[in-house]
Design a binder for this molecule. Structure first.
Ligand SMILES: Nc1ncnc2c1ncn2[C@@H]1O[C@H](COP(=O)(O)OP(=O)(O)O)[C@@H](O)[C@H]1O
Ligand SMILES: O=C(OP(=O)(O)O)[C@H](O)COP(=O)(O)O
Length: 403
């Protein structure tokens, strides 16, 4: 059980600084609604209804990426879910932000600009150093309390997550509480039969490290997405390279290839790789090719192929527990959804215990008409949940526990 304080411990009439995780998919500049908004709305509504002054912080994307955008759209989407106005100020801790914070009335809600637009937020440093930043030192005196609801970002030692708990009384929000309890209990759960983990998505670096630590817990890994292609590259195939505008592979390869190679050497029999991949042909249609037939580094692959799904399906159906981290393809485009949806359908049709994690990946459930009740736990956390599975603690949670 956790040892942190929750909203139940908060005094009345507080000026509360709240960290959410509203990091969302962005398509053609448009922020896509997803269950992070719906879940965090519960915490925000509770605080506003109790009459606190509620100031929200969140991040979106990483500097340099296409999805690194302002939070102005997030304010509108969140307001819909909360059922109250959410004001927005395009500033993190400057004069505009402090004026907006100081003029807030009881029960009002204000969202500050993307924390990652403030230089002090990144990179990852010790919490003591983060607490000393101008960002934290300017904002903290304007508040009575800090609430961290961003379980899904709690593995990052960023100022908005670890600096404020050293300066203010700190509490866990409702999402932090429920995700912490669900994911910590999974980590200690024992299963009689086979435990399978489906690994995909774009953040290969997050999952490869964790795979290295889950060898005892997980019997079989089924790979797809960017991580899957990097493993195929390590196995000598001409995939998993940056081609055209794709820039997801080469840097992550540099960072992880030694771990991938040793995972293949030491646990090769626990790791299943795609036997075929899908791509967009000249007529913009989905086409598939067997991995064995790929002999040029000339295309981007956007999904695993149907033979791969046919191989993964019985493994899932034979499993006692299945954990999903990351999509097997670009499922937001229906042509490349077969791998992700195939795996999710197999899970939903069995009685196995399952967890589907990740802000992006969990979105596939409603996009393709699957029923959330057919899964054990749908987490809005990706990297944080798989880290918790290894039994590792999350720095953002540690800071709440120390408070
Ligand atoms: N082959 C691929 N090419 C491009 N994008 C992919 C591919 N495979 C998976 N993806 C993308 O990975 C995203 C999820 O990745 P990630 O951010 O790591 O997971 P999550 O946010 O769910 O934790 C999905 O939005 C999906 O479109
Ligand atoms: O979306 C997130 O993580 P996830 O993709 O692992 O679910 C979190 O907001 C953390 O974002 P980051 O991986 O850019 O630090």
């Amino acid at each position: 059980m956790s040892t942190f304080k929750t909203l139940d411990d908060l005094d009345s009439d507080q000026r509360v600084l709240v960290r959410l995780d509203l990091n969302s998919p962005v398509e053609d500049g448009e922020v896509q609604d997803n269950r992070r908004f719906e879940r965090h709305a519960q915490t925000v509504r509770e605080l506003a209804e109790a009459g606190h002054r509620v100031v929200l912080m969140a991040h979106q994307g990483r500097p340099g990426d296409d999805d690194f955008v302002s939070l102005d759209q997030h304010a509108d989407i969140l307001a819909e879910h909360v059922g109250r106005d959410v004001a927005f100020v395009a500033d993190t801790y400057g004069d505009e932000a402090t004026e907006a914070i100081e003029s807030l009335e009881s029960g009002e809600i204000l969202l500050l600009e993307n924390t990652r637009m403030c230089e002090d937020e990144l990179p990852e440093e010790h919490p003591d150093d983060k607490a000393k930043t101008e960002f934290v030192q300017t904002l903290a005196p304007l508040f009575d309390a800090y609430v961290n609801d961003a379980y899904s970002a709690a593995h990052r030692s960023h100022a908005s997550l670890v600096g404020f708990p050293l300066e203010l009384p700190a509490y866990a929000g409702r999402v932090m509480e429920t995700e912490y309890e669900a994911n910590s209990s999974i980590a200690t759960r024992e299963f009689d039969g086979q435990v399978t983990m489906v690994v995909g998505g774009t953040k290969a670096t997050d999952v490869i490290d964790v795979m290295n630590n889950l060898g005892e817990t997980v019997d079989q890994f089924l790979l797809g997405g960017i991580a899957g292609e990097l493993f195929l590259r390590a196995a000598g195939h001409d995939v998993g390279f940056d081609v055209g505008e794709m820039d997801l592979f080469d840097d992550q390869w540099e960072e992880n290839h030694e771990t991938i190679e040793s995972l293949i050497d030491e646990r090769g029999d626990q790791i299943s790789l795609a036997v075929d991949l899908a791509y967009e042909d000249e007529d913009d249609e989905r086409a598939e090719i067997s991995v064995e037939d790929i002999d040029e580094k000339d295309k981007g692959y956007l999904d695993v192929g149907s033979d791969t799904v046919a191989e993964y399906d019985p493994v899932i159906r034979d499993s006692e527990a299945v954990f999903v981290k990351g999509a097997l393809g670009l499922f937001e485009d229906e042509r490349f959804s077969n791998g992700t949806v195939g795996v999710l359908e197999a899970i939903s049709e069995t009685d196995c215990f399952s967890v589907v994690g990740g802000g992006d990946t969990s979105r596939a459930i409603e996009m393709y008409g699957l029923d959330e009740d057919d899964f054990g736990h749908v987490s809005i956390a990706g990297g944080a949940y798989i880290r918790a599975l290894t039994g590792a603690s999350l720095v953002g949670v540690e800071m709440l526990e120390q408070n």
